[in-house]
Design a protein around this ligand. Structure first.
Ligand code: TMP
Length: 214
């Protein structure tokens, strides 16, 4: 089985902090790994990330947005993820194909089956072996995300195109993730993201340990 683990969730769910802590845990367990993120994970992916996440002097419609995420993924998978898996590293990815289903499918309302098809093409049919979903009410997550953007100053505040969307949009994304998780209970592990950081980390470790020893 491919050793690809993805971390998913709505805005402000705490997944980036949890990924960093999971990396420290894997280091202590002496498991070779890389941490990567979408959109990003390659030079091209990082350029596309800027276009997608920063509000710029241009419109991005839902269809164009979808293909930009796919372009970033196509490069990321082939340039970074597959080579790491081939050299027997565990890959932890901050968002992957499920994010496109949740955001562009359930959020923007684009056709889910079409997204599934192009996800396969972009990801070279690579599927996560385990997906940890951090779930919390959209209001709570958005409040956290906006607070972080305000605290992080100029550079991070540029990456707020999705945070500016309506609460209804973010609620649909949460429901979307939960419905994806219900559809694949063997792959998803749902963690209550409203708990405190160390309680969430302990749960992440339980799942990681089961994965690496399983
Ligand atoms: P993040 O680094 O804070 O997770 O930001 C990535 C943003 O991009 C987040 O708002 C979710 C969004 N996104 C999509 O809409 N579709 C995708 O396929 C991916 C990977 C991310």
């Amino acid at each position: 089985m491919e050793r690809l683990i993805t971390f998913e969730g709505t805005e402000g769910c705490g997944k980036t902090t949890q990924i960093r802590m999971a990396g420290e845990y894997l280091g202590q367990r002496r498991v070779p790994f890389i941490i990567t993120a979408e959109p990003g994970g390659s030079a091209l992916g990082n350029r596309i990330r800027e276009i997608l996440l920063n509000r710029g002097p241009y419109e991005i419609n839902a269809e164009a947005e979808l293909f930009l995420f796919m372009a970033a993924r196509a490069q990321h998978v082939r340039e970074t993820i597959i080579p790491a898996l081939r050299s027997d590293k565990l890959v932890i990815c901050d968002r992957f194909s499920d994010a496109t289903l949740a955001y562009q499918g359930f959020g923007r309302g684009l056709d889910i089956d079409f997204i599934r098809q192009i996800n396969l093409f972009a990801s070279a049919s690579l599927k996560p072996a385990m997906t940890i979903l951090f779930d919390l009410p959209a209001e709570e997550g958005l409040m956290r995300a906006k607070k972080r953007i305000a605290q992080n100053g100029k550079e991070a505040s540029a990456e707020d195109r999705f945070e500016q969307e309506t609460l209804a949009f973010h609620r649909n994304i949460r429901e979307g993730y939960l419905s994806l998780a219900r559809g694949e209970p063997g792959r998803f592990r749902i963690i209550d993201g409203s708990k405190d950081i160390s309680a969430v980390h302990r749960e992440v470790c339980v799942h990681m340990e089961a994965f690496i020893t399983g």
